[in-house]
Each structure stands twice: as C-alpha cells, then as structure tokens.
Write a protein that binds this ligand. Structure first.
Ligand SMILES: NC(=O)c1ccc[n+]([C@@H]2O[C@H](COP(=O)([O-])OP(=O)(O)OC[C@H]3O[C@@H](n4cnc5c(N)ncnc54)[C@H](O)[C@@H]3O)[C@@H](O)[C@H]2O)c1
Length: 267
C-alpha cells in the first residue's frame, strides 16, 4: 500500500455496522433479495450468520456463505418445530448478542396461490401464514434475550398487502398480516430499543417470484408505471435494508418502506 492509499483507506472500525452481528435468513441463490442484503451488511462492516433451507439449496448457498465470510452457515426450515429456535441458540453462542435479523422467507402452495382467495384450503392458508408471517414473530421472541441492548428486525413485504395485485392471491392477505405484525411488534419491542420494519420491494425476478403467474407482465407494467421508469435491483433493496440496521435510522420503527422506483404512488 502506498502512502496516499494508507491515508485514504477506510478504517474498518469506523464502518456503520462495525462490531454489529446478526442473522440473515432466506438466501436460496445469488438472485435472492437476502443475498444482496447480506452483501450490503458485510460492506458496512457487519458480521453475519446465514441460513439455508435444505440440502438441495445448500449447494448453491455454501459458496455464497464462503464469499460473504459468514461466521455461521446453518440449516433452517421454519416449518420444522424447533429449527428456528435452534438456529438462534447457535447464533447466541457464536455472537453473544445480536444487533439485527433479516426475515426474507415466504412460502405458499402453488394451488393456493393461483386460485381465488376464497378457494384457499385451510392447510394451505396455515402453511403459508406459518412460514411467511408467524415465523417472524417467533424469530423476534427467540432473539429478544439476545437483543437486550436493542437492534433492528426486518422482514420483506409486497404491495399486494395493501392493494389487489393480480395473481398475488392469498399471499396479499398474508403480507397484510405481516405488515400489521410489524406495527404491533414495533410497539411491543420499542421500549427495549428493538426497531421493526417491513421493506416492500417492487417486483424482482427471483426463485420465489417465478412461482407467480405472469410475473414478467407484472415486471413490465411496473417499469412503465414507476416514476423512475424501471424496476429495482436486489442491490437497491439490500442497501435500504442495511441502512435500517444502522444508527442512521435510529428514529424510525414500525414502518413498511417501499423500494420500488416509486411504483406504489401511481394508480
Ligand atoms: N422477488 C420479488 O419480486 C419480491 C417482492 C416483494 C417481496 N418479496 C419477498 O422477499 C422475500 C424473499 O424472496 P425472494 O424474492 O428473494 O425469493 P427467494 O426464492 O430467493 O427467497 C425466498 C426464501 O424463502 C425461503 N423459505 C421458504 N420456505 C422456507 C422455510 N420453510 N424455512 C426456511 N426458509 C424458507 C427459501 O429457502 C428462500 O431462500 C419473500 O418474503 C418475498 O415474498 C419478493
């Protein structure tokens, strides 16, 4: 390193998330929103544990965990009793305290997603609600003892929570419950300095999105409608989410924050 570089090189201890530690769920591959969130958090100096859902996704996520220099790489299936609590226990052992956690998981049976909402089966509704919403509440409960000094909990929602989006079906109802959960959780956990957010990205082609019928049409329509004239990237979602983990957002909690090139403001 030459003298100029030495003078201008960033001192890692001054990065916004230096010394901060957290859990990032929902990385399936390098197109996942959670992967871009993990990259942004690492760039700001945060240390991370990341999870993979099963052995099938492990082969895609293991190299990503290595590239991210994740401290822990753990199997997590939130539909399996005890799995989430076990992961958080291991995070507690590794990190001692947790400063942030990212919930970027959703699931709905294809049959329930594609039909009318009134045709959703009870089992299908329960399964989708459990993975996509209730697991965020359980995550907060298990993390609470590790967050005695406060921190940020962030989940991913979508405009279908607020408006009817064609082909989003029952997931719209579940995302609405998730956004409401964010407000109630923020109220309950605010006295402990734990801040809770939903980030609401515009449509992005990911594995989960490919399960939504006519998703390409949704992408094209959003790009036309959005004031910025385009859709967003996972990196843009990552940057916003990382900011919500920093003290720069210390005056905020309970919101759903859109990162959608402004599409949601246009009828
Ligand atoms: N892609 C979009 O257009 C978009 C827009 C708004 C919100 N979102 C939300 O972003 C989040 C991440 O989705 P994505 O688009 O990055 O897709 P993705 O397929 O990359 O990520 C979804 C993740 O959910 C995980 N998951 C599903 N069931 C699980 C279970 N039982 N246990 C543990 N993990 C489980 C999968 O393993 C996967 O990693 C979801 O909540 C999704 O609804 C996506």
């Amino acid at each position: 390193m030459n003298a100029i570089h030495e003078q201008t090189a960033l001192d890692a201890s001054l990065l916004p998330l230096a010394g901060k530690k957290g859990l990032i769920t929902g990385i399936a591959n390098d197109k996942s929103i959670a992967f871009a969130v993990a990259k942004a958090i690492r760039a700001l100096g945060g240390e991370i544990a990341i999870t993979y859902q099963n052995d099938k996704t492990a082969k895609y996520t293991q190299p990503l965990a290595e590239a991210l220099d994740a401290k822990l790489f753990l199997k997590l299936d939130v539909a399996e009793p005890g799995s989430l609590e076990g992961v958080i226990e291991q995070c507690g052992k590794e990190f001692g305290q947790i400063d942030f956690a990212i919930h970027s998981m959703a699931f709905c049976n294809a049959d329930d997603l594609h039909g009318r909402v009134i045709d959703t089966t009870e089992e299908g509704f329960d399964a989708a609600m459990n993975v996509s919403c209730h697991s965020f509440l359980r995550m907060a409960k298990a993390l609470e003892p590790l967050m005695a000094h406060g921190g940020s909990l962030i989940t991913m929602s979508y405009l279908g929570a607020e408006r009817v989006v064609r082909n989003y079906g029952v997931m719209g109802i579940i995302k609405a419950a998730l956004e409401s959960a964010v407000r109630y959780m923020a109220y309950d956990l605010g006295p402990k300095g734990i801040r809770v957010f939903a980030v609401s990205p515009g449509p992005i082609m990911t594995r989960a999105a490919s399960g939504i019928a006519n998703f390409n049409a949704l992408l094209e329509a959003d790009a036309v409608k959005a004031p910025l004239g385009r859709t967003v990237t996972i990196e843009e979602v990552g940057a916003l989410t990382a900011f919500l983990c920093t003290s720069g957002s210390s005056g905020m909690t309970g919101q759903t924050i859109y990162v959608d090139a402004g599409a949601h403001i246009v009828a």
